[in-house]
Design a protein around this ligand. Structure first.
Ligand code: AHR
Length: 493
């Protein structure tokens, strides 16, 4: 079957903040301890670090999530690292809330970010922390080397200020499940106290306030109304088809109907982004510089994926649509962090001795290494498809079977094509006038249900396709349920 997609390097859209391809690390399950990032001596495992490095991580959020509300940062610096109960996740057992050995603290996190070239995003403890504690944390990270906090940091081995800009103030406080759960008004008033103290330590910080989904319709308007110029980013969390029972309890069946329904996740994400952006505009007007931080998002079906992941090629295509939604809404979204990086819903799966890139890893890598600069307008003239509702993902009609997302950075053009057809492969005529195609990579597996495990780490993999430097486009022969990343360069007239 044939599909034609067109990318015009002349139709420049808004700029894409590369932080929309960010990640998230939380002390939950086997993410950091218990066979995750750290070895048994408490040191980062080189093979995991190498895998993360190859992901092109632009932003990394830590220490939570729900774990952040209960975390005291002073336990994680210097020589003395007390073992602490994992206050939040420990409620559900040590498998989900392993003891916090405090081996991975502020310096370890920020030095990991330096190594990765990722912008750090630190979430403070809003629930049982204090504004002063958060301000001291900002000072520890950002104070000049000769200041009181800077000297403490230097004594711990890092003279230069880390200059952490992005600070999250709270996490999901609208929810009854969160520590520090409260009303929107009380949240906003307490946010101002944190903001005041933290800005005294460094006036240049970029604060992120807790935003809620439409299930709490009054939360965002109230918070936006109270915070005014003290707000820079409003957060939102998107898990699809949803963390509601039955989707939490079940594994999704492997069939065409489920695949197509799941592949519409990006449209729902887009709808939620628009709804939140409209709330921001309603309070602050169109010229506002307040933007969204989608600081947790992913698919979530089956609760056990919080411990061990089963992501398939089908899931990778659905996540490709969600990344596409972030790109298409880049005028509203400043940053986004897929939840999470290692094991917990993770794009990387580990055992105490092995590391595997899941299909989701490859999609994130492809988007992050292909798209940057300004979004380009695209057009699809191919088959369309319709779906049925799946949990929190509504049915869609007439959606393109092969959406394309594109960008222009200097003279470099990046293009991603998501091929959703389940029944058969597609031939895609990718037209890109005045562009010389330089590289083509295709992610696919032997079937939509294929996944990578320790025995078969490369069942789903990215393969280079030979190109002849064609000008004006390329014909892609894409297997069922696959993704292509194409790079090119604008040729001079
Ligand atoms: O990503 C896992 C958890 O899901 C986070 O800690 C929490 O913020 C969300 O509900």
């Amino acid at each position: 079957m044939l599909s034609k997609v067109t990318v015009s390097a002349r139709s420049l859209g808004p700029s894409i903040d590369r932080r929309i391809f960010g990640h998230f690390l939380e002390n939950m399950g086997r993410s950091i301890y218990a066979g995750g990032l750290l070895d048994k001596n408490g040191r980062p495992r080189a093979e995991i670090i190498d895998k993360i490095k190859a992901l092109h991580v632009p932003s990394l959020r830590w220490p939570g999530g729900l774990f952040a509300d209960g975390y005291h940062w002073t336990n994680g610096i210097g020589e003395h690292r007390p073992k602490k109960r994992n206050l939040y996740w420990g409620q559900f057992g040590s498998w989900l809330g392993p003891t916090d050995l405090n081996q991975f603290g502020t310096d370890e996190f920020l030095q990991l970010c330096e190594h990765l070239g990722a912008e750090p995003y630190v979430n403070i403890n809003f629930a049982n922390g204090t504004p002063q504690e958060a301000a001291d944390w900002v000072a520890y990270c950002n104070d000049r080397p000769s200041g009181i906090s800077g000297r403490l940091r230097a004594a711990n081995g890092h003279d230069a200020a880390y200059n952490v800009r992005v600070w999250g103030i709270g996490n999901e406080q609208y929810g009854f499940w969160a520590f520090g759960h409260t009303t929107a008004e009380r949240y906003a008033r307490r946010y101002l106290e944190f903001h005041h103290a933290m800005s005294e330590a460094d006036p240049g910080i970029t604060p992120v306030a807790v935003g809620a989904t439409e299930m709490w319709p009054n939360w965002n308007p109230t918070v936006l109304h109270i915070l005014q110029e003290k707000l820079r980013y409003l957060s939102m969390h998107v898990y699809l088809p949803g963390t509601n029972v039955p989707y939490l309890l079940m594994r999704l069946p492997n069939n065409a109907k489920t695949h197509y329904a799941l592949s519409a996740a990006g449209y729902e994400m887009s709808r939620q982004i628009h709804a939140a952006a409209d709330q921001i505009t309603a309070e602050y007007g169109r010229e506002t510089h307040v933007r969204l931080a989608v600081d947790e998002w992913n698919l979530w079906w089956w609760w056990l994926q919080a411990y061990k992941v089963w992501w398939t090629m089908r899931d990778a295509v659905a996540v490709g649509g969600m990344l596409g939604a972030l790109v298409e809404n880049c005028q509203h979204v400043a940053m986004a962090n897929i939840a999470q990086l290692i094991n917990v819903l993770g794009v990387i799966r580990t055992s105490p001795t092995a590391v595997v890139a899941t299909p989701l890893y490859h999609v994130l890598e492809m988007f992050a290494s292909t798209l940057s600069g300004f979004r380009l307008e695209t057009r699809e003239e191919g088959p369309k498809y319709s779906t049925s509702k799946l949990g929190g993902i509504p049915a869609v009609t007439d959606a393109p079977m092969t959406p394309v997302y594109a960008s222009l950075d200097g003279d470099e053009v990046g293009m991603i094509v998501v091929q959703r057809c389940y029944e058969h492969g597609m031939v895609i005529e990718l037209e890109a006038p005045r562009v010389r195609v330089e590289s083509v990579r295709i992610l696919s597996g032997p079937s939509p249900e294929a996944r990578n495990d320790f025995e078969h780490p490369d069942r789903v993999r990215v393969q280079d396709v030979e190109t002849t430097g064609e000008i004006g486009g390329v014909t892609l022969d894409m297997p069922p349920v696959s993704i292509a990343a194409v790079k090119g360069r604008v040729v001079k007239d």
